[in-house]
Design a protein around this ligand. Structure first.
Ligand SMILES: [Zn+2]
Length: 439
């Protein structure tokens, strides 16, 4: 146990060097993958006041209050998952505005995901409830596509109601909450009409945001080809592109003419794995032909989280197993989705950007990856998340890379009365308890 004198000596040393410790956190020696800045090389990343302060070949550890040895690890922008369902907590059964959604923080941070976009669980009628329940209470940055259905994804009775698909109130709500609403969603529609998609695009035009389409039932009256070449605009997003349920695949195995011509027009093709939207017999030949997804996303919800889809890193692993490079997989999980949702301040490690960072380990071994039908593909690489930093704060640290060894700390270490203690940062402060009802 260090003596008082030794401790004082350490404090004096810290004070003497404080002038040179210009950074709060230094990730040292990791391989940085930052698609926007075209970096894929060993770099040090320094963080100060919640922002990226420097990215350079060698930043001395003496310049940072805390330094993490990231040698052998990958340092990437915080991952961005643009297809999740997180409108939890309403208590509504069999509803994505309820029991089918998940609270985000337990599924995001441990995967290196710092930003998510809810894909239409709420519509203009219940978005502000979603915002109050989840968006404003999560440590993950939660953005949202607003459903063109005013009630959102509350089940068939609502989602098939053409009378509740109004562009104007949807666009108005999107414009009112520009800070968090990034797009308009249509999902699960089974009818032959074009109206849901036309109204979604109309709302997207008014609010200057993209639409994301889950194309529901495959109908000859409204083909995928017409959707992506006539109805959608360049920049609009077709999710679930490897389901094979709606003519995404040509009979020869490769991408259909709809995918090819849609991409030529600038329509975006997003993975959106989910519980029923990623099939090896569709994805493998399409990806091997060279048609890669524009973005990688999970479609995380109660019905997908324990199926073939596990989490964001599992979906990324699948594309590694299909032969995509790690650089491409990271780009399609960071900078590409940031651009798709018009949030170009996210998804990169530029100096001055909010310090959302993932530190990942790429393991080699024998791994299996399962699709929507329960079919397995074998792979040799798997990503693990070591560290997740959100706005400069370490919110997840699998192996305690940022923590001191317990037997190196002063005896009786802990938060009690020790101003130097920097234990786990705490969850947002709880609101005051509601007043007891008078009887
Ligand atoms: Zn979904």
């Amino acid at each position: 146990m260090p003596s008082i004198k030794q401790l004082l000596g350490a404090v004096t040393f810290a004070a003497a060097t404080a002038w040179s410790q210009q950074y709060d956190l230094l990730l040292k020696g990791g391989h940085v993958i930052d698609a926007k800045n075209r970096i894929s090389a060993v770099r040090d990343v320094a963080i100060k006041d919640g922002k990226i302060a420097a990215v350079a070949a060698d930043i001395p550890a003496t310049e940072s209050v805390k330094t993490v040895n990231a040698v052998g690890l990958y340092v990437t922008p915080g991952l961005i998952d643009i297809h999740v369902h997180v409108y939890a907590g309403t208590g509504e059964k069999a509803s994505y505005a309820g029991d089918l959604s998940l609270y985000p923080d337990g599924f995001t941070l441990r995967n290196g995901v710092t930003t998510i976009a809810d894909a239409g669980s709420s519509g203009w009628r219940n978005f502000e409830d979603f915002q109050d329940r989840v968006i404003n209470r999560s440590r993950t940055r939660v953005l949202a596509f607003l459903n063109i259905v005013g009630h959102g994804m509350r089940g068939g009775r609502y989602e098939q109601d053409l009378n509740d698909m109004e562009a104007k109130p949807t666009a108005e709500m999107a414009l009112k909450h520009k800070d968090v609403i990034v797009g308009v969603k249509s999902a699960h529609y089974t009818g032959p009409e074009w109206a849901p998609y036309e109204h979604a695009v109309e709302a997207g035009k008014i609010a200057s945001i993209p639409v994301m389409i889950d194309y529901g039932s495959n109908r000859p009256e409204r083909t995928l080809y017409d959707l992506v070449t006539k109805v959608l605009r360049p920049g609009d997003i077709y999710t679930h592109c490897f389901s094979g349920l709606r003519d995404e695949q040509d009979p020869s195995g490769g991408p259909s003419k709809a995918l090819i011509d849609g991409r030529k027009r600038g329509v975006i093709f997003d993975a959106g794995h989910g519980g029923g939207s990623f099939s090896w017999r569709v994805a493998a030949p399409i990806v091997k032909s060279g048609f890669l997804p524009d973005s990688i996303s999970t479609d995380l919800h109660v019905g997908s989280m324990n199926t073939g889809m596990k989490d964001m890193l599992n979906v990324m692993d699948k594309f590694l197993a299909l032969g995509m490079s790690l650089d491409a997989v990271i780009a399609k999980s960071t900078w590409a989705p940031a651009r798709e949702i018009q949030r170009e301040e996210l998804g990169h490690l530029s100096v001055g950007a909010t310090a959302d960072v993932a530190v990942l380990r790429l393991r080699n071994g024998a791994f299996g990856f399962v699709d929507m039908h329960g079919a397995r593909m074998d792979g040799t690489q798997k990503l693990d998340c070591e560290l997740t930093v959100r706005a400069g704060k370490v919110l997840y640290d699998l192996n305690g890379l940022t923590r001191e060894r317990w037997d190196k700390l002063p005896a009786g270490y802990g938060p009690q009365g020790d101003p130097r203690w920097d234990g786990y940062s705490r969850a947002p402060r709880r609101p005051a308890a509601p007043k007891t009802q008078e009887k």
